[in-house]
Design a protein around this ligand. Sequence first.
Ligand SMILES: Nc1ncnc2c1ncn2[C@@H]1O[C@H](COP(=O)(O)OP(=O)(O)OP(=O)(O)O)[C@@H](O)[C@H]1O
Length: 394
Amino acid sequence: MNERRAKRKLKQKLTDCFHAAGIYLDYKSDKGGKYKQFIYPKIHDIDATERRLRFVFTLPNGFDPVEVTKKKHVFRQFFGSNTEVDGDDVKTFVVRVYAQGLLKSFNWRYADINPVLDGKEVPIYCGKDAAGYHVAYDMTDYHHLLIAGETGSGKSTQVRSVLTSLIRHMSPDRLHMYLADIKRSEFHVFRHVEHVRELCTDATHLRAVLTDLDVEIGRRGALLEKYGAANVTDLAAPAPPFILVCVDEVALLKDEKAITDILEKISSQGRALGMFLILSMQRPDAKVLDGKLKVNLTVRMGFRSADRINSRIIGTPGSEKLNASDSGRMLMKLEEINEVQSPWLDVDDARTMLDPYRVAPPPPQPTVEAAEKEKPVPPQETPKFGVLNVDDEE
Ligand SMILES: Nc1ncnc2c1ncn2[C@@H]1O[C@H](COP(=O)(O)OP(=O)(O)OP(=O)(O)O)[C@@H](O)[C@H]1O
């Protein structure tokens, strides 16, 4: 069957589905009122691949979108149980029909995901969608990420997998990571990995690191101004490395204004400067996700959440309905909201995989007595973070 004919058939099937579901407006077309005319939703786009079928339609003005949500079962009766219907609460809806449905679980394997990371500057590997396709995106396109979900939903595994994928894929010269784990439970596997410039386990350390990064924001901003560039990626080589700040359980820091102010600043200015955020939290905290952060954390991964209010704050309405038995399942908001299964990556496997990237741990700090015996050495002028120094560029 040629493509046009196949699309015409699919369009007819969707129209039949609209009719069966009562998704139309009708009016009498003759004076006697014998003949009815139907106005169905307008079908804009039909995209059919081997594994997935996708329709976009808009409702006629005057039709209540709630009626579509109520009639999702009719779409499943017509197209099969792997059918999803999502709408914007006004008039645009997307219907997706998947050939296989979401996997229950699958293992993180670099060899499998490597091809989808290729060609992306700062790739974020997310998981597999219901059609079995790998889902990944580039932070230089979509910027800052929020990962949220209640305890046991798979959030920590996802943060581990995202960071491990980045380390495997990017050279330590191109990506500098600044990690904060105030709970001290997650990031020990990343200790001494070459990409990881700082690993903070308390607010004082994180505040100092972010204060230095604030200086880096100023330096990079000055560089862009000097060369009339819109983005650090437009600068002539050697471009400064990308900087990723990842804070686990950021809600624990909600009263640390100096910290949240700089995180906000990175969220609003970091895009052009090659500085990105990944923030994770168990319970979305309206105080943390207020103002600029809320607007600038454009990508959301919503694992199972406690209730509707939480899932709305995360920005993935419906994540409260994810099954407790489906660990690692999330609703992911990139441009649309899609259900995605994240990969399983065990802590021990991650540790083993990261071993080749570890540099020797720094020598222990001398004791106070030993330091006092040493002759004082005049302080050296070393650039912070070793990333770039505006003066060197003169
Ligand atoms: N992607 C996945 N695939 C299969 N199972 C998973 C996946 N992610 C998590 N799990 C299962 O769920 C358990 C809890 O995962 P994880 O520790 O990531 O949850 P969490 O939301 O971070 O919880 P907490 O906040 O308590 O750390 C894991 O031990 C594992 O059994």
